[in-house]
Design a protein around this ligand. Structure first.
Ligand SMILES: Nc1ncnc2c1ncn2[C@@H]1O[C@H](COP(=O)(O)OP(=O)(O)OP(=O)(O)O)[C@@H](O)[C@H]1O
Ligand SMILES: [Mg+2]
Length: 221
């Protein structure tokens, strides 16, 4: 049902890699760019919904949904005038990751540059593979400023045949402070690095979404 509404899915079987952080950050960037964005929260922990509860603004909208109802939810989202859905999924719940992968135009896999994240990538790929219509995009998240761990992680991810987004996100406390207030990092600190990096990531992802799948760079898995 990828044609129901443009759909991004944040998927990673490992916990705490930044799925919800990216979902809310990208949705706020989309709203700021004039899109009518909807976050679809498939996580029983409802982190994105709770973020929205702490938020004063009602944009982006956040909807609590069941994996088995995702296709229907996306059709309704289009009928209601949303033009971008961002699906946040839980770690370790295979049905949610599988359904989100099946219905997304682009699956984004956030990965922190740690061996624990990278060695669970295969489990995520096993769920995405055969379901996503297009190659997923790995986004390196919480990359330390020093030490070359981002480059090292990018090489390991590429060795798995995966496409790594050139825009990475640094390790920045603004993400945590913003989340506590129901804000994105860009709203919390408009001139800060976190907001700038998210804006660049948003633009890179939108370019990817607008590029026909057969012209996208990267190996198909
Ligand atoms: N780039 C970053 N820099 C610093 N902290 C970050 C960054 N990205 C995420 N975090 C923090 O890491 C923690 C986990 O992030 P988040 O909740 O987005 O991960 P998740 O993949 O959604 O986790 P779960 O699997 O439990 O749903 C949060 O406290 C968040 O604020
Ligand atoms: Mg989460």
């Amino acid at each position: 049902m990828a044609d129901a509404v443009h759909t991004l899915a944040l998927v990673a079987q490992k916990g705490g890699t930044g799925k919800t952080t990216l979902a809310v950050s990208l949705a706020v960037a989309a709203a700021a760019a004039g899109r009518n964005a909807l976050i679809v929260d498939l996580d029983p922990q409802a982190s994105a919904c709770k973020w929205s509860d702490r938020r004063e603004a009602d944009n982006p909208a956040v909807l609590d949904a069941q994996p088995a109802r995702l296709a229907n939810t996306l059709v309704k989202a289009r009928e209601q005038g949303f033009d971008l859905a961002i699906v946040d999924t839980p770690a370790r719940i295979e049905q949610a990751a599988a359904e989100a992968s099946r219905h997304a135009d682009l699956v984004i896999i956030p990965v922190k540059p740690s061996i624990y994240d990278i060695e669970t990538l295969q489990a995520t790929l096993d769920l995405v593979q055969g379901r996503a219509t297009h190659p997923p995009l790995v986004v390196l998240n919480a990359v330390p400023a020093q030490g070359g761990r981002g480059e090292q992680a990018a090489r390991l991810v590429q060795e798995l045949g995966l496409q790594v987004c050139p825009q990475t996100l640094g390790s920045r406390v603004a993400f945590e402070y913003a989340a506590q207030l129901g804000l994105s990092a860009a709203e919390y600190d408009p001139a800060g690095r976190a907001g700038i990096e998210i804006q660049q990531l948003y633009e890179a992802i939108m370019r990817q979404l607008d590029t026909p799948p057969h012209r996208r760079v990267g190996k198909k898995i």
